[in-house]
Design a protein around this ligand. Structure first.
Ligand code: ADP
Length: 158
């Protein structure tokens, strides 16, 4: 039984995140999408809103669940009976931060492995922050996020 925790801000969940989880759901018994409270990043959406959007997007996957967290990631991962932290890599620019994060987490809990999946090429340039930026400026984001997320962004941005 290998369970993975996929942590992130998910502000909001994008088709890039969803594609990653869809692929990972074939590799792991269970995936917990762990949404960080993360006030430092000043998210546009509240934790509950982010959880709600992710839950809706993932409702057809029966081995995926969504939960919020506000403690140390390795502690949370252990509490979920998981030994894997799942992360995505889009470009070389992601690597340095992800490498540092994985190293820190290994030094905190050596029995937890960080596993990376590379992005599907069509989502290589896709990030939550870019989606918000494009939407804010009136661009069409239908290709990048689920329908429900578009409605939520429109509500937020007025
Ligand atoms: P964080 O604030 O932790 O970076 P994000 O929600 O931005 O949270 O991303 C969570 C994880 O998903 C990160 O590992 C990130 O690299 C990965 N990710 C985000 N967008 C994509 C994408 N389009 N393709 C693949 N991985 C992605």
């Amino acid at each position: 039984m290998v369970n993975a925790v996929y942590p992130g801000t998910f502000d909001p969940i994008t088709n890039g995140h969803i594609d990653l989880v869809k692929r990972a759901s074939k590799l792991f018994n269970h995936i917990t999408i762990a949404i960080a409270h993360n006030t430092a990043k000043k998210p546009l959406f509240s934790l509950d809103e982010r959880i709600n959007m992710a839950q809706n997007a993932m409702s057809c996957y029966n081995n995926v669940s969504v939960i919020g967290f506000d403690n140390l990631l390795v502690d949370f991962t252990q509490a979920q009976n998981s030994s894997v932290i799942l992360r995505g890599l889009r470009a070389v620019s992601d690597f340095e931060y992800e490498f540092q994060l994985a190293g820190m987490n290994r030094s905190l809990a050596a029995d937890i492995e960080t596993v990376f999946l590379t992005t599907t090429e069509q989502y290589a340039y896709l990030s939550s922050s870019l989606v918000k930026e494009v939407a804010r400026l009136g661009g069409d984001v239908t290709k990048f996020v689920p329908q429900q997320v578009i409605a939520e962004i429109q509500k937020k941005l007025g």
